[in-house]
Design a protein around this ligand. Sequence first.
Ligand code: GUN
Ligand code: FE
Length: 454
Amino acid sequence: MENYSYIFQGTAFTSKSKKEIYILKDYLFCIDDQGIIKKVVAPDDPLYSSFIHEYEGKDNFHRLEKGQYILPGFVDLHVHAPQWAQSGTALDIPLNDWLHTYTFPLEAKYSDIHFAEKVYDDLVTKLLANGTTTALYFATIHKESSYLLAEICAKKGQRGLVGKVVADDPEQNPEYYRDQDSQTALAETEEFILAVKELAKTTKQGVYPVVTPRFIPSCSEEVLKGLGELAAKYDTHIQSHCSESDWEHNFVKERFGKNDAFALHDFGLLRDKSVMAHGNFLEEEDVELFAKTGTAIGHCPLSNAYFANAVIPIAHFSSKGVDIGLGTDISAGATPSLYDNAKQAVVSSRMLEDGVDATLPAEKRGTPNSRITINEAFYLATAGGGESLSLPIGRLEENYAWDVQIIDTEEEGNRLPIFDETEKLYDIFQKIMYLVKPVNIKEVWVQGEKVHGY
Ligand code: GUN
Ligand code: FE
C-alpha cells in the first residue's frame, strides 16, 4: 500500500455533470505529498477495509464527525482585491460613473504598500474563511502592491491568480490613476509576470501571473496588442471585462465597429486560459467565439444586479458549450461569499425565466428555459471554475488537487435545519448550499494543506 500523506473518511458532494451531483457516502480520499487526490475508495470496494485497518488511529487519518461533509473548495473567477475596502458601499450609480467617482480614487491608494498590505491580508483570509480556495484577482495598476497580493496568497496558501491591472488611455483614465504610457505598462507587466513565476516556485499550491487589461475602454490599441503578445509569450492566463453593461458593450462597438468579444480576439486576448468577466450582452457569434477559443465567462450575478442593466441568459450560454464559472466581483458584488453568488445565480435565472413586469401577461413576461438549478450553480462555483482556468481543481476525483471545505451542519453558531436522522443526503446538500455561513466552514484545505480551521 502506498504511503499517503492524509486519508480522509467522510461523505462528500461533487459534480457528476453540470446538472447532477455525486453523493460519495462514507468514502475514503487518499492524498499524496503533492496534495493530489491519488485514490478515491468507495465503501463497497474490497480495498476499503484494508485502508481503514492500515490508517485508522494514525495522525494522518481524518474521519469526519457526525454532521460534517466535504465540498470542493470554491473557485472565485472575478475579484477586484483593492475594492474590498469599499465593499458594501457605492452601489448607487451606473458603471462608468461608479468607476470615476468611487473606484479609481480608491484604487489609486494602492501606491501605498502599507495600505495595500492591510486590505489584501484581510481579504485573502476572508475569502479562505468563506471556502474560496482559488481566486482570480485584479489588483491595481501598481506593480509592487500587485506583487504583494501574490505574496500574501503564497504565504496564506491560497491558489491566487493575480493581475497587475493595465489602464493606459489618457482619454479614459484620470491622470492620478493610469499607467504612465503603453510602453511602461507593457514593461511592468512583463516584470510582474517574471516575478510571480519566480514566486510560484516557492509555493505548493501555485500562484499565477495574469495578463489584465482592465477592459477595452481603458486601454490603447498598442497596449492591447502588446498584452496579447505577452500572454502568448509566457503562456499566462488573461482576464478582462467583456460586454458587461449597455454602456461598455456599446462603447466598444462604436470604437471598433464590432462586438467586444471580436475586438478582444483581434488583440490575441481570447485564449484557452482567458476568463472574461460578465459577458451579459454576448451575442450568438460572440458565444461561439468564446467556445471556439476556450474563453470562459466569469459569471457575477450579484454585481450584475447593480451594474449589468440586464440578466445574462446563463442557461443558454451554458448549452452552447462555453466554460463558465462564478465570481463575486468584489466590490460591485458586495459579498466575499460564492455561496451568496450561487444562490443569486439561481434567483436571477428564475426571474429571467418568469420575467419581472407584472403588468404583462404571464406568457409574454419572461424568457423560457432560462432557469438554472442549485446543482448547476454549485457546478459553476467548483468544476466550472476549474475548467475555466484549465486547472485540475473543483472536483473530488483522482488526480485533482485536495482543495476542500469541511462543512459542519451541527455547528452551534448556525445549526442547519436537519431534524430527521434519515434526511436524504441530497436534501442536506441543498441546505448546505442555501444556508451555510462562514461559521459552518470548519476547515479549508488547499493542495493538501490546511489553510483555515478552528
Ligand atoms: N469594468 C471595468 N472596471 C470594472 C470594475 O472594477 N468592476 C466592474 N464590475 N466592471 C468594471
Ligand atoms: Fe469586475
